[in-house]
Design a protein around this ligand. Sequence first.
Ligand code: SF4
Length: 166
Amino acid sequence: MALDRLTGDNSIVFIRSEQLFDIARTNSLWYMAFGIACCAIEGLMSASGPRFDFDRMGVFFRNSPRQADVMIVAGTVNLKMAETVRRLYEQMPEPRWVVAMGACASTGGPFREYPNVVMGVDKVVPVDVYIPGCPPRPESVQYAFLELRKKIRAKTEDRLAARRQK
Ligand code: SF4
């Protein structure tokens, strides 16, 4: 946890700038409003709705890839769509992350027999977190973001540890 350097006196905090950026980033992971198939309705829109209330985790959607931190690939990616997915990914600023939501985005799912279906979006963009299921529950989407937070923080800790060893 980034705040493990909190001193006994709660008015003073010693923290590296990278850890501070991580706290800001991981508590405001904005995803791109982008859905390809049924997963977008089943999991993504439900997760953002009032019942599951993604906003309370600082996670909400942006309509432009240029303002988004996370791409949630929600649905079947076919060969025609793959080019668009890649272009949108490249328009996102770094650091950027990708969540493959559901069986289709992860492996081709129930459509993997079709020749025009990409067998997992990892063939098109690098994936950070996979969500299993068809469709995944909104809770799974929220859990994926908790895992993504951990992954982002762990990467920073690894980088800092490597620097300390030099
Ligand atoms: S995993 Fe299931 S719910 Fe999601 S896009 Fe594929 S068929 Fe639809």
